[in-house]
Design a protein around this ligand. Structure first.
Ligand SMILES: O=C(O)C1=C[C@@H](OP(=O)(O)O)[C@@H](O)[C@H](O)C1
Ligand SMILES: C=C(OP(=O)(O)O)C(=O)O
Length: 427
């Protein structure tokens, strides 16, 4: 629980913690590569630590200290049958991508996770991986944990995904690594492409044609060094805070700018935010740059269509920005929010309403009328890190005290979030 007050301004520099999606993949791909992979800028958040713990149980030697990780990979054939269950904690990325990797291993593994993971649908990956040959069982026809998997002799397939999901795309591509023939995934809109970029860095031939990605079976990964840029999904909380908290001026260091992730910048530009991007680095693998933001008067906008997968995790904080914008903001085509750590349509609407927001839920998004002054309230993250951080930013512009229950959920993706928020109020 945290007691939070409004603040007079947020000022200073923020080192943005490592990208969660890229951190997961650096450990997973390092674990199935041949040789030593050195990772810098790793995110030591709970989700990525769950990924490390799972691969240690699969026999991989991994040393992690703060944001550096050393992984001694012995190839995908070097993984060994785990004698304990693999616990993914709160992490959807861990369980779905691991199911893809374990489609290649001829031994038995059991995957579990926390209460939230227990409610998240897994058939979106277990069905196609079963079709490729993996023996997967679980509750409700392998839709929910606990799941057991025995892989080994997969066959490549061409799969058209009904959802734009990098977890689905990545799981199937990883399932195709040792499969016979070629595995192809087509999605309705392009989702984040960190798997494609990083597999290439590990020496794998990956073909990308629009929204279709293909991988030839029988390829192995060669260890490499990975430099993880800052997570734009974590930066988003300070991009919005810097825009809506009066008298703010923030400098965000080393923010990842992969174009499949930068929807939040497009939205904030449309809303009239005062954002600047400094020199871009790392163009080849994963581009990144410093960003600055200052307080500005925001206008309402529409968020829909192919923009959605480019900002899916930022919708809670965009909804907060919309409560302070002039006009009606419509967010649609975002039904995927219902199957995240919480039903993020319901939790955003429920919690922001308690603070005085004029916000309503729709089937696939929300409608927000602004600007509305917010007031302190008893709110709850519901164990969802992104809801917790959004509510803490809301509290910093609300009149009166806000009491945030289950605030510790933020350690899933941003362990130092509250310390940073407090530090920036003292400048
Ligand atoms: O592949 C990834 O690293 C992720 C993909 C997204 O999920 P979906 O693929 O389910 O959209 C995103 O919400 C999640 O935070 C991380
Ligand atoms: C949805 C998220 O992560 P995951 O699916 O990996 O649990 C998130 O970080 O917002």
């Amino acid at each position: 629980m945290k007691k939070l007050q409004s603040v007079n301004g947020l000022n200073g520099e923020i080192p943005i913690p490592g990208d969660k999606s890229i951190s997961h993949r650096s450990v997973m791909f390092g674990a199935i590569a041949n040789g030593t992979t050195n990772v810098t800028g790793f995110l030591p958040g709970d989700d990525c630590l769950s990924t490390i713990a799972c691969f240690k149980k699969l026999g991989v030697d991994i040393k992690q200290h703060e944001d550096s990780v050393i992984i001694e990979g012995k190839g995908i054939d070097g993984l060994v049958e785990p004698t304990e269950v693999l616990d993914v904690g709160n992490s959807g990325t861990t369980i779905r991508l691991m199911l893809g990797i374990l489609t290649n291993t001829p031994f038995h593994s059991v995957l579990i996770g926390d209460h939230s993971i227990g409610k998240r649908p897994m058939q979106r990956v277990t069905k196609p991986l079963q079709a490729m040959g993996a023996a997967i069982e679980g509750r409700a026809e392998a839709n929910f944990i606990p799941l057991s998997i025995r892989g080994g002799q997969a066959e490549g397939m061409a799969y058209t995904s009904p959802v734009a999901s990098a977890q689905v795309k990545s799981a199937i591509l990883l399932g195709g690594l040792q499969a016979s023939g070629t595995t192809t995934v087509t999605e309705p809109h392009k989702s984040r492409d960190h798997t494609e970029r990083m597999l290439k860095a590990f020496g794998v031939d990956v073909q990308v044609d629009g929204n279709t990605v293909s991988i030839r079976g029988g390829q192995s990964l060669r260890a490499t060094a990975i430099e993880v840029p800052g997570d734009i999904s974590s930066a988003a909380f300070f991009l919005v805070a810097g825009s809506i908290v009066p008298n703010s001026s923030l400098h965000l260091k080393k923010v990842g700018l992969n174009p499949t992730r930068t929807g939040i910048l497009d939205v904030l530009h449309n809303m009239g935010a005062c954002l600047e991007q400094l020199t871009v680095h790392g163009e080849e693998a994963e581009p990144f740059a410093d960003l600055t933001v200052k307080t500005a008067a925001l206008q309402a906008t529409e968020v829909s269509g192919e923009l959605i997968p480019r900002l899916i995790d930022e919708i809670p904080i965009i909804a907060l920005a919309a409560t302070q914008a002039t006009g009606t903001t419509v967010i649609k085509d975002a039904a995927e929010l219902k199957v995240k750590e919480t039903n993020r349509i319901d939790t955003v609407v429920q919690e922001l309403s308690k603070m005085g927001a004029n916000i309503e839920a729709t089937e696939d998004g929300m409608i927000i009328h602004g600007p509305t002054p917010l007031h302190g309230a008893n709110v709850d993250s519901h164990g969802d890190h992104r809801i917790g951080m959004m509510l803490a930013v809301a509290a910093s512009i609300a009149q009166g005290e806000t009491i945030l229950a289950n605030s510790e959920a933020v350690t899933v993706s941003y362990p130092k979030f509250f310390a940073e928020l407090e530090r920036l109020t003292q400048n």
